[in-house]
Design a protein around this ligand. Sequence first.
Ligand SMILES: [Zn+2]
Length: 89
Amino acid sequence: MTGERQYVEFDPRQGYPAGPDLYYECGICGDVIPSMPDNAAACRCGNVLVDADAGRVSVRQGEKLRIFRSPTPPDRPSPSPSDPSGTPR
Ligand SMILES: [Zn+2]
């Protein structure tokens, strides 16, 4: 039983919960992105955007967002091995 998803309740007006074991699921394109990405993550259609640097989550259609807790990371879209913009550190 890996990757079991426990959906959590949240109130978009109070902000979006985040944690190392919390993931955002876009109800439009179905992409799953971590709530605490290394720097930034967005779903394919752009409905859900997480900017970890700014500590911000942007969601265009909050009713299309689902948040779940998972003990193990779900299928991640292959992370880009080398950032073309060469993120400076
Ligand atoms: Zn999407």
